[in-house]
Structures are given as structure tokens and as C-alpha cells.
Design a protein around this ligand. Structure first.
Ligand code: UDP
Length: 483
């Protein structure tokens, strides 16, 4: 009965663990710290992910969060098998929201606010129709948000392809953006992918406010820029609320694999293990995985390696199918004899590891990461420095920022002259040693530890991120109909 009188907020995530994880975490904070009742809306896809199912199981969630699954949509007539993952995702989101969101929000009794991610902008129209103020949650860095906010202006002012621009892209008030770090979608302005990104970006000002999954100490310059700068000429940027890091809390794995990872870590010396994992969708080619395995072996460092079926196609091939790999397949993906030769020093796991628990473990001393924003925040919050191995989306931007501005990552040197962009085993061996035993690694580890403390401060009661969210919660509570 007490539940019913709590103010009710809806949080809507597009598919993919990189979005569901932080939005669910925001939902938890709204329930636990600010006493809301939250409906967590999930867009259903046909693909099954064991990890996602586990995450959304009601018995693992605090009382006060209801997971509401939108009915599945049949997109077979409007998608093709060779469609890029991102495009397919957008089609599913668009269809689901057009068909079901309005009805669901009405059935839920019209929540006082709706929080969505970048891909759910269809919800702005429905929110307006139902008079529900709709907020965006930025699952990426503030730097990528600034780029998105500026993109419509850039689109109007630049005639050529962005990749043909000399030098860098200079977003007002922000650090220059390297052309080679641009997201793939903007490399061809005639492509549908570009048009879609531009559309999503141009809808951002419709947000009643934008939650940032970051805090001042990580991105001071860019935060100042988004607070002060109207990126759209004549259209002000909505109020921004830095509430990060919004990342998974402690997770105690209950599955055999997770338990095995932690038990293995318990037996290793402090800060001696490199954790190698490429997010929820990252995959490597056979050739790259072979080089990576050899690099790890040559470095003679301890490691946990999360392995997925290699693919020579998309480097985000596992996005929808993660968790379906079988531990028996691993041997076939890795160099012959690798598992035996490294048995003393390494642990290889299939598909998915309890990342947050691994990063938090005192034996973990480094993280070879694809630099998805959640992974980057998790690593920093655990005081663990990184080897930046960007694969897709805005990860190249993140990698450069983490290495050059934040100072918590090192990047392998890629021979751009070479025919393929494969990073060879010697280079991998080198960066692993730099991070795990070099002076540079020590400096990065110290910086990561400082930021770990800064994150804890920001999140504690009275800290900047805690207060930022509390402020919005207060507004919602004070006068919901006037927001
Ligand atoms: N993750 C995990 N175990 C894995 C791989 C990923 O728990 O083996 C989690 C990770 O902790 C993070 C999320 O999945 O919270 C991945 O999000 P990120 O933004 O780093 O990358 P994306 O998957 O969106 O590319």
C-alpha cells in the first residue's frame, strides 16, 4: 500500500547491456535514495542474453522497481540479415515505441517523469502528448554529448565530408576532436546511419533535462562547455545534471563461472592481474585474437581473458548474442597449446565475466578494455588503469580522452600504414608490460586511484553527483505538473 503513494517515474532503455545497466542503476538510485516508485521499461528483442535476464530478475532488484517489458515487435519485413547491429537496434526501438509506449504509459497511470536514452527519442513526442516531461540519460561521455549537441550546427556549416576536413573538429569550449576518432556513422554523410545519428542528435534539445554519466573531475572542460555553451545557434542546451558515475554496484556472482573468476583472483598477488574484456558486444577477428593471446603469453603477466567466438565481420558481432558462447569452444579460438602453457598464470572464460567484481578485486591491476563508457567508468571507480582497445561506437573518442586527458590509459601503437589494422603480439606484449610493471603504469594507477576517491566523494550524500540527482528529484516531487 505504501508503494502506491510514492511518486512514479518511468525509465526507458534501448536494448543492449551498455544502456540497460546504467539506466537500471539510475532507477535503483531513484528508488533507494529518493523514494520513487520506478517502472523500468525494456524493449524486447528476439535474441536472448543470459546476462540481461539475470540483471532484470525481480528478486535481485530493490522493492519499488517494476520491470515492464514492451511486447515484442516483428521487424522481419523491415530489416535484413546483413543490416548493421546499430541500424537493426534503431528499427526495433522505433517500432516498439510507436506501437506500445503510449498505451503502456497510460496503463501505468502516467508517471510524473520519463527518462530515456539517446535511441529512444520517439518518446519525446509521446511524452509531450501525455504531458510527461521527458529527460535524457547520456550513456556516453560528456564529450560525446557535446559532439552530438553540436552535430546539427556542424552539418549546416560544413559542406564536405567531415573526414576530409583538415586538422581537428573544434566544438566550442571543448578539446579538439581528432578526425580519426569520429564515430563510423559520421564518416559518410550520405549514409542512413549518419542521417539517423543526426536525427537523434537534433532531438536532444527536446529533453526536459539531460543526466550526464560523468562528474567534474573526469571531464572538467567539457562539463563547463555543456553548461555554458549554446551548441545550437539560438536553441539553448537543456539543463544538464552530472550524476555519475552511475555504474553497477557490487555484484556478487552466483554462477559457477563468476565464482571461479573470484576464487582464482583470491589466489593471485595484489594488483597483478590484467583483466581483458571487450564490453557486451565486442569481438575480434581470428587473426587479432591470436595476436592478443600471444601478446599476453609473451608478457608473462597474469590475466583473465574473456573470449568470444572470433568473427571477421563486425567488431560488435556479439552485441545481441553475448552469453551464448560455450566454454568448450574456447580452445578452438585460441592458439594451439595456449591454455596449457598459460594455465599457471591465466584464466580464460567464455563470453561474460562479472566485470565489476573482477575490477574491484584487489588482485586486479589493469584492464584491457574496448573503452565503452560504462567499462571506463567502472575501471576508474575501482582505481584500475587501462589499455585502451576501442572497437566501435564512440570508443575511439573515449580511448583518446582516457589516455591523453584523464591520464588513466595507454594506447597500443597501430601501424596505420599497414594493410590491416591488426595490433601485433610484440606491441601487445609491450603495452601489457607498460601497464602492469612499468613506471608509466604506476602513474596511471595513481591517477585512477585519485579518481576512485573523487567518484566516491561525488556519489556520497552531499557530493556533487548525489546533490545533482537530489535536486531533480526535489523538482519532480515539488510540482510534477509544472515541470
Ligand atoms: N560487462 C560484464 N561482463 C563482461 C562484459 C561486459 O559485466 O564480460 C558489463 C560491463 O561491466 C559494463 C557493460 O557490460 O557494465 C558494458 O558496457 P560498456 O559501455 O562498457 O560497453 P558496450 O557493451 O555498451 O559496448
Amino acid at each position: 500500500v505504501a508503494q502506491a503513494i510514492k511518486p512514479h517515474v518511468a525509465v526507458l532503455s534501448s536494448p543492449g547491456m551498455g544502456h540497460i545497466i546504467p539506466l537500471l542503476e539510475l532507477a535503483k538510485r531513484l528508488v533507494i535514495h529518493h523514494h520513487f516508485h520506478v517502472s523500468f521499461l525494456v524493449i524486447t528483442t528476439n535474441e536472448v542474453s543470459a546476462a540481461q535476464d539475470q540483471l532484470l530478475r525481480s528478486e535481485t532488484l530493490p522493492l519499488g522497481i517494476d520491470v515492464v517489458r514492451l511486447s515484442p515487435v516483428d521487424v522481419s519485413a523491415i530489416t535484413t540479415d546483413d543490416m548493421p547491429v546499430g541500424t537493426r537496434l534503431c528499427v526495433i526501438v522505433e517500432e516498439s515505441l510507436s506501437k506500445f509506449l503510449k498505451t503502456v504509459l497510460i496503463e501505468l497511470g502516467k508517471p510524473i517523469a520519463l527518462v530515456i536514452d539517446f535511441f529512444c527519442t520517439k518518446a519525446f513526442d509521446i511524452g509531450r502528448e501525455l504531458s510527461i516531461p521527458t529527460y535524457s540519460f547520456c550513456t556516453t561521455s560528456i564529450a560525446f554529448l557535446a559532439f552530438s549537441l553540436y552535430l546539427p550546427t556542424l552539418d549546416r556549416e560544413v559542406d564536405c565530408e567531415f573526414v576530409d576536413l583538415p586538422g581537428t573538429i573544434n566544438i566550442p569550449g571543448c578539446s579538439p576532436l581528432q578526425i580519426q576518432d569520429l564515430v563510423d556513422q559520421v564518416k559518410n554523410r550520405k549514409s542512413d546511419a549518419y542521417k539517423r545519428l543526426l536525427f537523434f542528435a537534433s532531438r536532444l534539445p527536446l529533453s526536459a533535462g539531460i543526466f550526464l554519466n560523468s562528474w567534474e573531475d573526469i571531464e572538467p572542460i567539457t562539463l563547463k562547455a555543456v553548461i555554458e555553451n549554446p551548441f545550437f545557434k539560438g536553441i539553448p542546451t537543456p539543463p544538464v545534471h552530472p550524476i555519475g558515475p552511475v555504474i553497477k554496484e557490487e555484484e556478487q556472482p552466483t554462477d559457477d563461472l563468476g565464482i571461479e573468476c573470484l576464487a582464482w583472483l583470491d589466489k593471485q598477488p595484489p594488483e597483478s592481474v590484467l583483466f581483458v574484456a571487450l564490453g557486451s558486444g565486442g569481438t575480434l577477428s581470428y587473426e587479432q585474437l591470436t595476436e592478443l593471446a600471444w601478446g599476453l603469453e609473451l608478457s608473462q603477466q597474469r590475466f583473465i581473458l574473456v573470449v568470444r567466438k572470433p568473427t571477421n565481420g563486425s567488431n560488435s558481432a556479439a552485441f545481441f548474442t553475448v552469453g551464448s558462447d560455450n566454454v568448450n569452444h574456447l580452445k578452438a579460438y585460441l592458439p594451439e597449446g595456449f591454455l596449457d602453457r598459460t594455465a599457471e598464470r591465466g584464466l580464460v572464460v567464455a563470453s561474460w565475466a562479472p566485470q565489476m567484481a573482477v575490477l574491484k578485486h584487489p588482485s586486479t591491476g589493469g584492464f584491457l578494455s574496448h573503452c565503452g563508457w560504462n567499462s571506463a567508468l567502472e575501471s576508474i571507480t575501482c582505481g584500475v588503469p587501462m589499455i585502451a582497445w576501442p572497437l566501435y561506437a564512440e570508443q575511439k573518442m573515449n580511448a583518446t580522452m582516457l589516455a591523453e586527458e584523464v591520464g588513466v590509459a595507454t594506447k597500443p601503437i597501430i601501424n596505420v600504414e599497414a594493410e590491416t589494422c591488426i595490433v601485433g603480439r610484440e606491441e601487445i606484449e609491450r603495452v601489457v608490460r607498460v601497464l602492469m610493471e612499468g613506471e608509466e603504469g604506476k602513474v596511471m594507477r595513481r591517477r585512477a586511484k585519485d579518481l576512485k576517491e573523487s567518484a566516491a566523494k561525488a556519489l556520497a550524500i552531499g557530493g556533487s553527483s548525489y546533490d545533482s540527482l537530489a535536486c531533480v528529484a526535489k523538482e519532480w516531487n515539488a510540482n510534477p505538473s509544472m515541470i
